[in-house]
Design a protein around this ligand. Structure first.
Ligand code: CTP
Ligand code: MG
Length: 231
């Protein structure tokens, strides 16, 4: 691969975009800092990555001026968040390279708000993607019947066969992902869509329905219940 420098071992880094405002969550502040079982939501997210030994480094991207993210062992925080998730990820990738990551290294981009991801799920993605030319993402086959809305009414039923919900982490080579994001612009809501736009086909790796993104007010109670059940 063109990005591979000779004699430099390839590593896996985790990049956690954590610079959103959580406007759909109905919380007073950004959802990633909401308390869940006595800790901030994002700290549960970080725990999962810190328990995967082959993750070489973990970088959390927060918004400029945001000092709510606590310092901790095993991860670093950089305040280079942007106006969109894609901009926050692009800033984090540049920062990873400033800190010594190479274009051939892998990065696992993971939403701070997906606090129920497990070390086993992360390992499954790394196992599936390490030998792959493109990379891939955790995803979940669609369970429900899908409707096309027209003015609050169901206008059509979209065949759900072969449709997946994209989750994170999403794992790509840093160099490839930088090229993909630069070409795709700020509108993409995940890394895979930028890579797809280059004509490549990221691997769909089965995730779990429990790896949902805390998005709506009701999601906090659900996340709390899952974490309680795991204790
Ligand atoms: N994110 C980010 N920078 C942004 C927007 C989002 O780093 N400019 C992060 C969020 O902090 C979150 C992840 O991307 O961890 C997924 O985004 P989303 O669930 O949409 O979070 P928010 O954008 O914060 O929420 P909302 O869309 O409801 O405002
Ligand atoms: Mg958002």
């Amino acid at each position: 691969m063109a990005d591979r420098a000779p004699h430099v071992p390839v590593r896996c880094h985790a990049l956690i975009p954590c610079a959103g405002s959580g406007s759909r969550a109905g919380t007073a502040g950004p959802k990633q800092y909401e308390p869940l079982l006595g800790r901030m939501l994002v700290q549960h997210t970080l725990d999962a990555f810190l328990r995967v030994p082959r993750i070489a480094s973990v970088l959390v991207v927060v918004a400029p001026g945001d000092d709510r993210m606590p310092a901790g062992a095993g991860y670093q925080v950089v305040a280079c968040g942007g106006a969109t998730r894609a901009a926050s990820v692009a800033g984090g990738l540049a920062e990873l390279q400033r800190r010594g990551a190479t274009g051939a290294d892998w990065v696992l981009v993971h939403d701070a708000a997906r606090c129920l991801v497990t070390p086993a799920q992360i390992d499954r993605l790394v196992d599936a993607c390490t030998g792959d030319e493109v990379g891939g993402l955790l995803a979940q086959p669609l369970a429900d019947t899908l409707k096309q809305e027209d003015g609050g009414r169901a206008a059509a039923t979209v065949a759900r066969q072969g449709k997946w919900l994209a989750q994170t982490p999403q794992m790509f080579r840093i160099g490839l992902l930088q090229r993909a994001l630069a070409a795709a612009g700020d509108a993409v809501t995940d890394e895979a869509s930028a890579v797809e736009a280059l004509g490549l086909r990221p691997l769909l790796v089965p995730g779990s329905p429990q790896n949902f993104k805390v998005t709506w007010p009701d999601d906090f109670a659900l996340a709390r219940a899952v974490l309680e059940a795991r204790r």
